[in-house]
Design a protein around this ligand. Sequence first.
Ligand SMILES: [Zn+2]
Length: 76
Amino acid sequence: MMEDHPDIRAALESGYPGYTRQRLCPRCGYDLGDKSFEVDGENLCLPCFTEWVSDYLSTNPEEVAEALCIDVHDES
Ligand SMILES: [Zn+2]
């Protein structure tokens, strides 16, 4: 029910969107929208989080595998 959404109600009551909930992604500066991902204390938007995960995955593949319960076979 969109009518009960706090931002919608705030906008209807004040004529403006509730600016306190308008949070921007610290990396790209875009509005975070409804969903953000907290990385090292920063709330990132989905595209920035995806980029961060991609970087993290390429530098820490074994850690990511462990988090996803994927077995790593090291034959060395
Ligand atoms: Zn971003």
